[in-house]
Write a protein that binds this ligand. Structure first.
Ligand code: NDP
Length: 271
């Protein structure tokens, strides 16, 4: 059986093994997918050991995405722009790094029927996830993307790295305009908080939190209170970015819908 795994720390609650096992069954691929909790100072060694044991590929999550970027011998354009790698492929002694987060987000937004062409987009955050979604969002021809981050300088750097007349950058307290789609790519929801932006910025907008929850994420709850037209969490992005990884490794594209439905039902039942 071909071996795959997700590397992270902590990693025990990862949904990736369940997702990839369902994909493998659905597409009749002979593969196994496990979890590897690498020590915080031992990512490279753990990857080397996995390759030695016959590992074919891996997903990488917090806090190792930048280390995976540094480890790869060859990078996709998406990984280069994101400066972060979430998908590794091992072939003949070489390590290939990709980043599927952006494609996963765009795929989920389309599945949910959200219009990206001509949309005025507000992107909150400038970490690895935000960096990874800029180019895929720009390729959908939005009207504009305003990147706003708590640390303004990081948003400005992100705009410099992705030169486009459609891209504007600022701190959180300096956002002007109206938006059709607000994407929370900050990790604030994980800590139970919300990026401090003015409520009217999300009124009547579709709000998408990359974090997901069994009930509602703190950002989406806040957005509903401010009059957002709709809120979506990041469970679909998780499944869609996994499907992109799966397609890179196995050359077949799984159906994400039953997997998304299964995970959502499982999360709701756990309440
Ligand atoms: P990083 O650690 O690289 O970046 C975190 C970002 O969040 C920074 O821009 C940081 O701002 C901002 N931030 C953190 N806390 C706050 C706060 N209280 N208020 C405002 N801004 C804040 O993380 P990633 O970019 O890798 O991931 C971001 C989120 O996206 C994570 O929660 C992750 O779980 C989620 N994600 C979900 C995926 C999915 O498939 N659903 C895929 C990838 C990521 P500053 O620069 O000022 O520190």
């Amino acid at each position: 059986m071909d071996q795959y795994a997700v590397f992270g720390n902590p990693i025990s609650h990862s949904k990736s093994p369940a997702i990839h096992t369902m994909f493998a069954k659905q597409t009749q691929q002979a593969m196994e997918y496990g979890v590897i909790e690498a020590p915080l100072d031992g990512f490279e060694k753990a990857v080397g050991e996995f390759i030695h044991r016959g590992g074919q590929g891996a997903n990488v999550t917090l806090p190792f995405k930048q280390q995976a970027f540094a480890l790869a011998d060859q990078l996709s354009e998406a990984a280069r722009l994101a400066e972060a790698v979430n998908t590794l492929s091992f072939n003949k002694g070489r390590i290939y790094g990709d980043n599927t987060d952006g494609k996963g987000l765009v795929a989920d937004l389309k599945l949910q029927g959200v219009t990206l062409t001509d949309a005025r987009i507000l992107l909150l955050g400038a970490g690895g996830a935000a960096r990874g979604v800029i180019a895929p969002l720009l390729s959908e021809l939005p009207a504009s993307i305003h990147v706003a981050n708590r640390t303004e300088q990081r948003a400005v750097e992100l705009a410099v790295q992705n030169p486009s007349s459609k891209l504007v950058a600022s701190g959180l307290d300096n956002i002007e305009g109206e938006f059709d789609l607000v994407i929370n790519a900050s990790s604030a929801s994980l800590a139970g908080s919300v990026p401090s932006i003015r409520g009217p910025l999300v009124a009547d907008a579709v709000c998408y939190d990359m974090v997901y929850a069994a009930t509602v994420t703190p950002f989406n709850l806040w957005a509903r209170q401010q009059g957002a037209s709709r809120t979506i969490d990041g469970l679909g992005m998780l499944v869609c970015q996994a499907a992109e990884s799966f397609a890179i490794w196995r050359g077949v594209r799984p159906d994400v819908n039953p997997v998304m439905q299964f995970l959502r039902a499982q999360m709701t039942q756990s309440l």
